[in-house]
Design a binder for this molecule. Structure first.
Ligand code: IVH
Length: 706
């Protein structure tokens, strides 16, 4: 994996490719987390991707992409909610990972303010609640609207949902005329577990952690559903105010508490880094008994005048920082290793553990990644854990970083049983017996059984009904397994013929455990609701390897309709020529993804299965902006060098709204290069290829008046 190449060794070309790859991964992770409430990677992995991206950008500033993830907060607003423009932007926080980072934070602030080390400077330290932020606007004491953070500038209007949360007052006495209170919506561990059990019983999707459960519950189009979910709210910040709440952060929190908001009881005033770190340790000790997830401690300069003087960087305040907790660890015994077969045939080893509590949550399963990881090797064959392998019977260290799947970090060789043997990774699929092979350069061994493998079929079906794809209410993992086991569904198309086939069979369904007439009819209605469906969801639902949620949206926006997509894929399967080049011209689509996409449509069994599915659907075209007057509509534009009148993100979204495609690198397909000062290799290449090149002012002249 390129991830392992040290940044100092990256060539310019490798850095460009790596930035494109990271941008794709980060966008997809962001969309899974924020827009679909179904995270794909852990917070720690996400932080690592962002850090690597930033480091590469710092080394190669001229390669920074127009859509650099560094400039983005969260994700754009999901469809279905009204939009609310925040009167004051909702920002994120910089991170500190160790004590030194905290001391550096204090030193930076003193330097900025011109205060020497002896000058008193207090901070508040408050738990960083792991939920989702919400901004509540009160006018003359009355709650008028509530908005999620969205991209920081525009959030989703969730007012009616917020009104159902009992911690959020509808009326506030003695409040400034205009008052925006900000804080975190979260769900307790106990409520999360109860909700998931109930979801599972009903055949609804379960949530992977309390934060996603909170986000999924708040972002419901039907407020009645939000009302039935036990959400809580802590207030800790504010947006627009017609009069200040206090002169200090600590005072403002006290004032919010007086007005009837819940504020966190572990908030404390500290007089410098030593006290901050002391309070951090005490919160860390209390963490597993709090009953809700926190992922660090936030430090804020207490004096609000000083906060104003310190101000903001592009997405974070200078006056605050989040001191993150390290992953939570525990030791336990590895009882067995199971091999699970995924949707794309990947054989994934899962550790079955003697149950152990890690940070307040009981863990009995953890991922072991792949066979090399078990053997003590990284993806390049270099030793990890100093080469220690992992065996059944071993004492292993489990960690959980407030995230999706617990992992195994280490093994204690001193406690290894004498008769233990190295784990023998299967070379045949445990589900269908087909050979399981490892392609060169692939860390993963895969079952070659394709659609004859029942495990792959079931996983594909689970993906198909999942939240980011067809999102069929009443059909979760459990129901898919049951229906597949009973021979009712073998492929997605079968879901849409269930009602007809079970005309009489409804009786049969009714007699099954957990199904009544009402729930069966509700399921068939929910299936009917999805006969009309957006193009991007269809593409994503197919579960093609490497074609994730973000890529599906890119493909949908590029081709516009199902017929345009399929008629382009057939000629593209030559893997050369205009249709292939056109597919690769999509910013974010690389050869690996394109190859996987065309291969899926080339496979006669898969193609037939897709055709059967599509015959049941009305696929809604992607809505592209009206660009009839635009001189750049349909053109492929590349931005390079430093831009002075707009940020890269603005340039990209403006160009796209005018119907242009924005690419990350110059190729024969490029129609126009917009080059600012410092443009390097891209400008050179454009000149070689004879591509039109203009500067930033030229760009504004071109799009003048649009
Ligand atoms: S202050 C301008 N305080 O963490 C700074 N944020 O990573 C505004 N969060 O978006 C944020 N607990 O969702 C602040 N006590 C706390 C917090 C907190 C949780 C979240 C919040 C924010 C994110 C930043």
């Amino acid at each position: 994996m390129t991830q392992d190449i040290s940044i100092s060794e990256l060539s310019e070309d490798e850095a460009t490719t790596e930035l494109a790859r990271l941008s794709g991964l980060i966008t997809s992770a962001n969309s899974a987390y924020h827009t679909k409430d179904a995270p794909e990677i852990s917070d720690a992995e996400f932080d690592a991707l962002k850090r690597r991206n930033l480091e590469i950008e710092e080394k190669f500033p001229h390669l920074k992409r127009a859509d650099s993830p560094t400039e983005q907060i969260g994700a754009s607003v999901a469809e279905g909610f009204g939009k609310i423009q925040h009167a004051v932007r909702m920002l994120s926080l910089g991170n500190a990972f160790d004590d030194q980072d905290v001391t550096d934070f204090d030193t930076r602030i003193r330097k900025y303010l011109g205060l020497d080390a002896t000058h008193p400077l207090s901070y508040t330290a408050e738990p960083k609640i792991d939920g989702l932020s919400l901004s509540l606007r009160y006018e003359r004491g009355r709650l008028v609207h509530a908005a999620t953070r969205g991209d920081g500038t525009t959030g989703e209007n969730v007012t009616e949902n917020a009104r159902t949360i009992s911690d959020i007052p509808q009326l506030v006495e003695n409040a400034p005329d205009v008052m925006e209170i900000r804080g975190e919506v979260y769900m307790s561990h106990a409520d999360f577990q109860a909700l998931n059990s109930a979801q599972e019983k009903k055949g609804d999707k379960t949530f992977s952690n309390p934060r996603n459960a909170a986000a999924g519950s708040l972002r419901q189009l039907d407020p009645e559903i939000t009302k039935s979910r036990p959400l809580k709210f802590f207030a800790y910040a504010w947006g627009e105010l017609s009069a200040p709440l206090s002169g200090t952060q600590f005072g403002a929190i006290g004032r919010m508490a007086q007005m009837g908001f819940s504020t966190n009881p572990l908030t404390q005033l500290c007089d410098g880094p030593t006290e901050l770190i002391k309070h951090y340790r005490s919160i860390e000790t209390a963490r597993s008994d709090l009953g809700y997830d926190i992922d660090g401690v936030v430090y804020k300069v207490d004096d609000l005048n000083l906060q104003t003087r310190l101000g903001f960087r592009s997405t974070t305040p200078r006056w605050a920082i989040a001191h993150k907790f390290p992953a939570e660890l525990a030791w336990t015994i590895l009882e067995s290793i199971d091999i699970q077969v995924g949707r794309t045939g990947a054989l994934s080893p899962v550790a079955r553990l003697k149950p152990v509590t890690v940070g307040g949550v009981v863990v009995s399963n953890a991922t072991l990644h792949n066979e090399d990881y078990i053997a003590g090797l990284d993806s390049n064959g270099a030793p990890i854990r100093e080469g220690r392998d992992i065996r059944v019977g071993d004492h292993v260290q489990v960690y959980r970083a407030g995230d999706v799947i617990p992992k195994i970090a280490d093994v204690d060789l001193k406690k290894r049983p004498e008769n233990s043997v190295a784990f023998d990774f299967p070379t045949r699929c445990p589900e269908c017996g087909s050979p399981a092979i490892r392609d060169e350069g692939d860390a993963v061994r895969r079952c070659t059984g394709g659609l004859i493998c029942p495990a792959q079929t079931v996983e594909k079906l689970k993906h198909f009904v999942s939240r980011g794809a067809f999102d069929i209410d009443g059909m979760g993992a459990k129901q898919v397994e049951q229906f597949h086991h009973d021979g009712w569904i073998k492929e997605p198309a079968d879901i849409f013929t269930l009602r007809d086939r079970f005309g009489q069979g409804l009786q049969q369904l009714k007699n099954r455990e957990g199904w009544g007439e009402k729930s069966a009819t509700a399921l068939f209605d929910a299936i009917d609701d999805r006969r009309k469906i957006d193009l991007d969801r269809v593409i994503f639902g197919l579960g093609i390897r490497h074609v994730g949620a973000a890529a599906s949206t890119l493909l949908a926006n590029h081709y516009g309709s199902w017929s345009a997509l399929t008629s382009a894929i057939e000629p593209a399967s030559a893997r050369e020529g205009a249709a292939w080049d056109d597919l690769l011209s999509i910013d974010g689509v690389g050869t690996v993804m394109a190859t996987s996409l065309v291969a899926a449509f080339e496979n006669p069994l898969e193609a037939a299965s897709i055709d059967r599915l599509v015959s049941h659907l009305t696929i809604v075209d992607a809505v592209l902006p009206d660009t009839s007057d635009s001189p750049v509509a349909g053109k492929t534009v590349v931005f390079t060098g430093s831009l002075e009148r707009m940020t890269r993100a603005e340039a990209k979204s403006r160009a796209e709204s005018l119907g242009a495609k924005v690419a990350g690198s110059v190729s024969k397909k490029t129609d126009l290069l917009v080059a600012g000062p410092g443009a390097g290799s891209k400008a050179k290449k454009a000149a070689e290829l004879g591509i039109d090149t203009i500067d930033e002012d030229g760009w504004f002249d071109l799009i003048d008046g649009l």
